[in-house]
Design a protein around this ligand. Sequence first.
Ligand SMILES: [Zn+2]
Ligand SMILES: [Zn+2]
Length: 552
Amino acid sequence: MARHPVRITFLGGLGEIGRNCLAIEQAGRIVVVDAGLMFPEPTMYGVDLILPDFRWLIERRDRVDAVILTHGHEDHTGALRYLLHDVRVPLYGSAMTLGLARHRLTEAQMSGQVTFVEVADGERRPIGPFEVEFIPVTHSVPGAHALAFRTEAGIIVHSGDFKLDSTPIDQRRTDIARLAALGSEGVTLLLADSTNAEEPGFVASERSVGVTLRRLFLERPDQRMVVACFASHLHRVQQIIDVAREQGRRVALMGRSMEANVKLARRLHQLRVDAGDLIDLELVDSMDPGSVCVICTGSQGEPMAALTKLSRGDGRQVRLGDHDTVILSSHPIPGNEWSVGRVIDDLHRLGAEVIDSSREAVHASGHARQGELRWLHQLLAPRNFIPIHGEYRHLVHHAALARTMGLGGKHVVICEDGDQVDVGADLHRSGRVPAGLHYIDGSAGDLDERPLEERRMLAEFGVVMVSAAVDAAQRQIVQPVRASARGWFDGNSDRDVLAAIIEAVRDALSEAVAGGDVDEASLTRTAQRVTGRLLGQRYRRQPVVLAAITVV
Ligand SMILES: [Zn+2]
Ligand SMILES: [Zn+2]
């Protein structure tokens, strides 16, 4: 039996795709794995980012030893600036992972205050109370790692985001031999990526996307090829560059993060591209379409990204037309379908041909499907299993898969954000910590549920304003009730509604004042309540009601 129980606290990523973060604790010392962000839904008005709730970690900051990053995606690194602001600990990860994280921290003017500790593939090093091994895995960003923690409760493996790609672009394969060796040694607990746990079979190799791109380029020798993908997907970028070069096309990069990541990858020798292959964006429009390829950001329809600007015709250097073929080398993340659809529509309006993953195999997921997950479970033969990284249904499917691999009921536990689990021979749920959504409104900082709910009401129903003045001595309304509305009906119906509000508020105020109520706050509440009730009952609307009743 372990002298100290090992406790895992899940702070994000369980029941959602995004804001991945967990803490693993032994003998009072804590190591954090990943600190990611999540992007808001369209109805979260004004919300730019959603973070894990870091309060639990901040309260224990003197016991936190490190943050380990599995890889450089934003759903694993995007919240670092917020966490490190309060919890100053070193960051561990591969050169590529740290390079991507450093980029974001530099934007927040924080990189100078952070200690970056670069780890090599296969390296084992003491971090906090554990020895941690960094096992290479294939994923849709270079330099991704699975982690093996040697703890007093045994070996705990965290898969990170992974797939089993046996023909990766950089030849860096998931280290199956190491996983098997850990399995023989005995794994107490496996935490593994559930993103594609609903999908049978195996995910296509990243290399297969190159085959499709090559054909699509070859079929269009006279077209300008514009390919959008994630800026961190440097293996995709490599393949696009390779195909372009083979066919005598020069490559222009578009989008700030695309330029920055290509620069980083070249510096780390993770991208094979000659300076002569690249051209400035300004030259693109003056060149023969068949001799150019543009690689850009915006494959998710992000409002400020390069492809979105191109689709609206306001790319400054490049104008798209019928000599362009645009390939969206991606798959829309759930929630982005609408914005991607808009971009595709606008591209058609400009006359461009558009190819996306629904027409051609121009994308391969970075996450293991059931076939690969079974491999992982078989290689590691864990004693216990907790699915991570997924919507709730993904976790359920992954748990079911684990049971079919021979794990008994009490050895598979589905956790959610905020759950704590003690790891021993079995798993024990040991508590709950706060783990709600932490909204960030770029300009104003933190945001809680209330203003967000008000913004929803404002967006859906608009706002109604009511004002009046009351004379306390005379006990009567001295400045008549006024009402106005924004984002409301229109024309005559507006006037009718406002007249009804004025009448109802006047009656209520007169009655209250006659009864001796001359308190400003109380009269304001009355006006608010009467207006709200009238609009709700008669018009089935719930606008934000602002009332200002002055007592003179
Ligand atoms: Zn992820
Ligand atoms: Zn990832």
